[in-house]
Design a binder for this molecule. Structure first.
Ligand code: SF4
Ligand code: F3S
Ligand code: FES
Length: 247
């Protein structure tokens, strides 16, 4: 089958191409089970070597090829042609400055990530027997879901609250904070909750829910944000996982 790609391009360094513009490419002999990323490679390698995109693993693991495909954020390597049709529109993810074509500057995104202290904090000496810091299976389940994040930015860059105010820490950073706040072995939870109580923290989330369907890892992003909000309201993470209480 033939497939037409309409790609939003921009090269801020070249006069005449420094504003966003659309360019169409048609590929022949496309298989319905081909992936969008492979087709982007074909365009780059067969038709226009200047097309720029970020990618690495091609298997949904590294999170580097987030883009807007027919208006929906996704990882290009996970999307089959048969699921998006023969006319495909590709744009860079929204809310971050474009470096070139589909490559955006991820620094603001990672600045928010660093803000929530996304690392394990525990000042107690390691157990004398040299074993891991243990926890129960049910304690581990509290943050199982949020360990799956690959920092692809699909959630944050699909959030209208983030588009309106880039200072909002965004759902990805909150997911990362959740992973440690609800880890019973970690001691930095209260500090993270304090950070997320600030004006650009969790309360900028208006429960718009774009982030959850955008997540390629199927993390329940809005639920995690709700659990963090509830922990701030209650002043504790104890007994938080009560979905009916989350507003
Ligand atoms: Fe990507 Fe999901 Fe992590 Fe957001 S929560 S950065 S969409 S993996
Ligand atoms: Fe945005 Fe998701 Fe909240 S889309 S407003 S972070 S529920
Ligand atoms: Fe690594 Fe798609 S290229 S997730």
């Amino acid at each position: 089958m033939d497939v037409t790609f309409k790609i939003k391009r921009q090269n801020p360094e070249i006069p005449g191409k420094d504003k966003p513009y659309w360019q169409e490419f048609t590929l022949t002999d496309v298989d319905p089970t081909d992936r969008v990323l492979e087709m982007m490679h074909r365009i780059k390698w067969e038709q226009d070597g200047t097309l720029s995109l970020r990618r690495s693993c091609a298997h949904g693991v590294c999170g580097s090829d987030a883009m807007r495909i027919n208006g929906v954020n996704a990882l290009a390597c996970k999307v089959l042609i048969q699921d998006v049709g023969e006319q495909i529109q590709i744009e860079p993810i929204l809310g971050l400055p474009v470096v070139k074509d589909l490559i955006v500057d991820m620094e603001p995104f990672f600045d928010h990530y660093k803000q929530v202290m996304p690392f394990f904090i525990n000042d107690n000496p390691v157990p004398e027997d040299g074993r891991e810091r243990l926890q129960t299976q049910s304690d581990r389940e509290l943050f199982d879901d949020t360990t799956k994040c690959i920092l692809c930015a699909c959630c944050t860059t699909s959030c209208p609250s983030f588009w309106a105010n880039g200072h909002y820490v965004g759902p990805a950073a909150i997911v990362q904070a959740h992973r440690f706040i609800f880890d019973t072995r970690d001691q930095g939870g209260q500090e993270r909750l304090n950070i997320l109580s600030e004006p650009n923290g969790v309360w900028r989330c208006r429960t718009i829910f774009n982030c959850t369907p955008a997540c390629p890892r199927e993390i329940e992003v809005t639920k995690a944000i709700g659990e963090v909000k509830l922990a701030i309201r209650k002043g504790t993470t104890e007994g938080i996982i009560q979905p009916h209480e989350i507003g």
